[in-house]
Design a protein around this ligand. Structure first.
Ligand code: 5AD
Ligand code: SF4
Length: 439
């Protein structure tokens, strides 16, 4: 059967003849946010969003390059898409995002017959591709994604001025560009006016934001006066000011949760990684946070098996985990990325050793998180609902310290319920029946 006879029957039968697009997102919250913008473009161009490749005229893969397994996953999807194209299902495939900004993209383009490749800096060119008038990209796009929904991301800076040994972000996202304060505030106000109740400020090093005399803390304070609930990610320990940590404790509208990637507990490794701080400085920041924010939640990123990491370095990371008492951690096995310094470094750690260290770190974090979470049983919490319950399942919410909670309620996303914490695992809390109505 040719694609010409097959395609229209599929489109008309399932979508009343309208054009359809499927957007798949890989990677971090920046990408989730970029996908919101992509979604707007394809919607404005008259496409209906679908969730299965087979139903899509155009498929947009918004990709991540930060670790090799992210690329492997995208290869798998591209393979499937080129098969579907051959069978007359999918018409066009677009590859966007961090992989799009690398030389590997050309190889993927040829191997899988990708129709358009865009990096993170020229995402706006998708507009023309889907039939909208061409758009001039401002350094930060004026395309808030989730207007009118209960929670929204607001990008306040893009790029990164650090050069961590292992990281491709500076190569694919470029140097830091900060969005003007007034521009950020306007967007937040607009979002709040149209129903947003939770704003997450985004940036690769969000706390490095600055603008002629103003620093991140000033911006956060202004946003916290406008938004009913605000959080921010990702921070860098070298930029994190004590006054920001104190502000988190002082302002009722700021979620009491800090994500501060440490990467390693060994000063030697922190130096090799070019992180720009020692473990002692990191510990001091955490002390300030604990002091300023009672019941705050703390999470981090850790890389295991970076070249040169010895058993002694690993022990120091375990010690830091013990000292900082993280509520959760994203633990990554080192993945050599082309063009980064670490990819060329000697002292590779064997896979088996990395795996063992990974599990030791995971267990240490989970042990601590489990006992912290157990101690919350019996407390009554105001819970913000993030995802409505499905079927007879539970809704998923979070406490004021950003801790995930499963709660038996029909309350809609964006509402609060007050409920007692009745159980706890290493990752989530479980609430009992809410007291009173949602608000
Ligand atoms: N290998 C493993 N983990 C990495 N990260 C970034 N680059 C790599 C890499 N090459 C991790 C870091 C960072 C998080 C977003 O991803 O921990 O904080
Ligand atoms: Fe990558 Fe380091 Fe920049 Fe974070 S601070 S984005 S890890 S280079």
């Amino acid at each position: 059967m040719s694609s010409i006879t097959r395609k229209p029957s599929r489109s008309i039968a399932r979508n009343g003849g309208t054009k359809t697009a499927c957007i798949r997102t890989f990677g971090c919250q920046m990408n989730v946010h970029d996908s919101d913008r992509i979604r707007r473009m394809v919607r404005d161009a008259g496409y209906t969003e679908v969730h299965r490749y087979e139903e899509a005229d155009i498929v947009v893969l918004n990709t991540c390059y930060v670790r090799e397994n992210a690329v492997d996953r995208v290869r798998g999807h591209l393979g499937e898409l080129s098969r579907l194209k051959g069978e007359g299902y999918v018409e066009k495939v677009v590859l966007i995002g961090c992989i799009g900004a690398t030389s590997e993209a050309q190889e993927l383009e040829h191997t899988y017959g990708v129709d358009l490749v865009l990096g993170t800096h020229n995402t706006y060119e998708l507009a023309q591709f889907v039939g909208l008038p061409g758009m001039e990209e401002t350094y930060t796009p004026e395309l808030p994604g989730s207007e009118g929904e209960h929670s929204a991301f607001v990008t306040i800076m893009t790029g990164c001025n650090y050069k961590c040994s292992y990281c491709v972000v500076p190569a694919v996202r470029g140097r830091m560009v900060c969005r003007p304060l007034e521009n950020v505030l306007d967007e937040v106000k607009r979002l709040v006016d149209t129903g947003t109740r939770y704003v997450t400020l985004l940036g690769q090093t969000v706390d490095a934001w600055r603008e002629s005399g103003s620093r991140f803390c000033d911006l956060l304070e202004r946003v916290s006066e406008v938004a009913p609930r605000v959080w921010f990610t990702t921070s860098h320990p070298s930029n994190m000011e004590d006054r920001t940590l104190k502000l988190i404790g002082e302002k009722d509208t700021i979620v009491k949760r800090l994500h501060l990637p440490v990467q390693s507990g060994s000063d030697k490794m922190l130096k090799v990684m070019h992180r720009g701080y020692k473990s002692e400085r990191y510990r001091r920041k955490i002390e300030v946070f604990r002091e300023a924010v009672s019941d705050g939640t703390l999470s981090t990123d850790i890389i295991v098996g970076h070249p040169g990491e010895t058993e002694g370095d690993h022990e120091q990371t375990l010690q830091l985990i013990e000292d900082c008492s993280f509520d959760s951690a994203y633990i990554f096995k080192f993945s050599p990325r082309c063009g980064t310094e670490a990819a060329e470094l000697p002292g590779a750690v064997p896979d088996g050793v990395t795996q063992r260290r990974f599990l030791e770190i995971l267990r240490a974090v989970e042990r601590n998180a489990f006992s912290c979470n157990q101690s919350k049983i019996g407390a009554t919490e105001d819970i913000y609902i993030r995802h409505a319950r499905t079927g007879d399942g539970k809704a998923v919410g979070e406490t004021w310290s950003g801790h995930p909670v499963h709660v038996p309620t029909d309350a809609e996303p964006g509402r609060y319920v007050t409920a007692p914490i009745s159980g706890a695992g290493p990752h989530v809390l479980y609430a009992g029946e809410p007291l009173g109505k949602s608000h």
